[in-house]
Design a protein around this ligand. Structure first.
Ligand code: ZN
Ligand code: FE
Ligand code: FE
Ligand code: ZN
Length: 267
């Protein structure tokens, strides 16, 4: 069974298409279920600095939930889960907690999109990589991923090695860094997302890389699937490759979520 748990909506300001169209596409592709996981309001920035082309406004969050609830009713018995992609921001845990608490999310994707305020996955800011020591940058990035797992706020680590997005990779071997991170994720009882968006960017590789996924298998970390769709045509995109990668890493199950409860399903 397969579910696409990483789907955006036009409420984030940089995705297109109606929610209905995403579900119709999922049905066409024969997915067993999907979950919407739009970008959470930018709770970690002062109001004036929040960018409406990156995430929905804070006052729109209730509307987002309401819209997903309507879609759930419309397409039942096909399952549409209520998720959200939430940034981890060190020191802001309570603010995030307060924002998500009123809603019964099925799962929360935990993302790292910023390092010391730098949106490292933003194409407009890619020049910054040239001033960075990549070894140190990767250590910093994976430290944030570990903190994301340890925070207890998230169910799934989204695009676990997003830092490779633009193809800037350290020369040294990353196995020890991966293993330390995966161990922490396993101890935190958090799942890892296998995200096909990496195939559409200069990294040209699914997130996470195969070695990382093998380690996840070794430490019994559950996996979910996600396309990171920002338009209906991307729903379930590249899942044939993702399923193959998961199987090659030794998995025969993926995780489905209902109100934060995990269920393992045969792939
Ligand atoms: Zn997005
Ligand atoms: Fe993301
Ligand atoms: Fe996303
Ligand atoms: Zn994403």
């Amino acid at each position: 069974m397969t579910a696409d748990y990483h789907i955006h909506t036009k409420m984030c300001g940089h995705a297109t298409g109606e929610m209905e169209e995403y579900v119709v596409r999922a049905l066409e592709k024969g997915l067993d279920e999907i979950g919407f996981s739009d970008h959470i309001p930018m709770y970690f920035l002062p109001m004036a600095e929040r960018d409406a082309s990156i995430a929905m406004k804070e006052e729109e969050l209730p509307l987002y939930v309401e819209k997903v609830r309507m879609i759930q009713k419309k397409f039942a018995p096909f399952k549409v889960k209520l998720g959200i992609e939430a940034d981890f921001a060190p020191g802001m845990e309570q603010t995030l907690k307060n924002m998500i608490e009123p809603y019964d999310f099925d799962y929360i994707l935990g993302s790292t999109h910023f390092i010391d305020g730098w949106g490292f996955d933003n194409p407009d800011l890619v020049h910054e990589y040239e001033h960075k020591n990549l070894d140190e940058l990767y250590v910093k990035y994976f430290m944030l991923v570990e903190q994301t797992a340890q925070s207890g706020l998230f169910d799934i680590i989204a695009h676990p090695d997003l830092i490779k997005k633009f193809g800037f990779r350290p020369k040294k071997n990353l196995d020890a860094l991966y293993e330390k991170t995966v161990k922490t994720i396993a101890e935190s009882n958090v799942c890892v997302e296998v995200n096909t968006a990496g195939l559409r960017v200069p990294a040209e590789e699914i997130y996470p890389t195969f070695r990382f996924l093998e380690l996840c298998r070794k430490y019994n970390v559950g996996v979910t699937l996600g396309s990171d769709a920002h338009c209906p045509g991307q729903v379930g995109w590249g899942f044939d490759k993702a399923v193959q990668l998961i199987k090659n890493a030794g998995y025969d199950q993926v995780v489905f979520f209902t109100e934060k409860t995990k269920k393992y399903q045969k792939i």
